[in-house]
Structures are given as structure tokens and as C-alpha cells.
Design a protein around this ligand. Sequence first.
Ligand SMILES: Cc1ncc(COP(=O)(O)O)c(C=O)c1O
Length: 238
Amino acid sequence: MTDEVDAGRTLELDRAVFHSWSAQGALAPLDVERAHGCEVVLGDGRTLLDFSSQLVNTNIGHTHPRVVEAIQRQAALLPTVNPAHANRARGEAAQRILRAAGEPFSKVFFTNGGADANENAIRMARLTTGRDKVLSTYRSYHGNTGAAVVATGDWRRVPNEYARGHVHFWGPFPYRSEFWSTSPEQEVERALHALRRIVEAEGPGSIAAILIETVPGTAGVIVPPPGWLAGVRAVCDE
Ligand SMILES: Cc1ncc(COP(=O)(O)O)c(C=O)c1O
């Protein structure tokens, strides 16, 4: 635990940090010093339950001993590797991801983060289909880079709309339905009908990809009702 002077010092140092998606002048960040399991400890010693798993990305808990041990072991061996080289740990990770993903996947492309992954996915879809348009939902987050931020469905994309070929549609959300539905089944049926109509209106021959989160997280946690993901898959196949 730091004393009060030290806790103040953290926030003073933090003024040099640009916080993404924030009005810089209005910032009052938490001074998070460390974390273990599902708890974070603040600079002033208070312990909080981390209900958000940081950015919904630490779902196995903070500082899990096996993860810490693995990072320490690899850092002592080889902390970074030229992408052109082969490496046992990276190959092992790729094989495990392929086993989890199943057929027909045969390659894993490691990127630096989520936005980078989506940029490359969009480029690959455009290159392999020869088509341009990318459909994604409102109430989504895909990253803060050129195409990923425009694929993002919330208002934060608007001042950033410099990438072209992005079309948005409403996904299912029974709590705030755009489709006047009265049940999850009806919500899915109507959302899929709306998606089909958008595909027809945009021209199926011009669409390179439909980019969606399985469970939108950063733009609000929305667990899709049963049938939505399979239904979108079917629309893509059609
Ligand atoms: C669904 C989704 N896609 C993409 C991103 C962007 O990831 P990154 O911040 O690693 O670029 C996020 C980040 O929160 C995300 O939640």
C-alpha cells in the first residue's frame, strides 16, 4: 500500500497519459496498484471487486500464478521474436487455437491487438472476395484504427468516418428492441429479416464481410438470443 502522498503522485504522473475515448480535462481515474483474482487494490489501499474484468479481457482473473509463471519463464528465454522466425511457443499457441476453432481453419495470424486483427480481417475479406462493403451492427466496438473504428457501431465512429464501404445494421437486443418484438424468438426472427433486407438492398455481390461480435462487450454487454449467430451464418452462406 502506498501512503497518501504517493497516491497523489500517481495521479500527478498520470496527467502525462493520454486516455483514449475520454475528455482529457474531465479525467478522475482510479489509481489501480495491483490485482489478484477478481479483486483490484487501489493506491490508497482500498480493495474493489473487478466486475468488468478490466476491459472484459481478464476473465480468468488477475495475476493467476500459472500465467505469471509462464510470462516470467518466456521473458527470461525470449521476450520477442521477429515475425519471420519460427518459435516453439508461438507454434504451440497457434496449434491450440486451431484445435479450438475447428475446421476449416489452418492458419493463425498473430496481430498486436484487436483493432489490428479486425483491420487485417477486413483487408483479407476484401482481397479474397474482390468486394468492398463490410456490414456490422450498431452497438458494437471493433477498435480505434482506420477501418475498425468506422465498423464500430456507436457514435464514436462519427468524427472518424474516413474509411469507406461500411454499412451498419441493428442486431437483436430484446431489452431495447428496434423491432417491436415481444419475445427473444421474435427478436431474432425480425433482426434476421432486417439483415436479409439490408443485404438485398446493398447488393449481395458488393458485400465482402459481415463483422460482428459474438457477445458485444465494450459497447454494452448484449448476449444475443438463441439462433442469432447461426442465422447470420446462414445469411452469409446464402
Ligand atoms: C470486440 C472488440 N473488438 C476489438 C477491440 C479492440 O481491441 P484493441 O483495443 O486490442 O485494439 C475491442 C477492445 O475492447 C473489443 O472489445
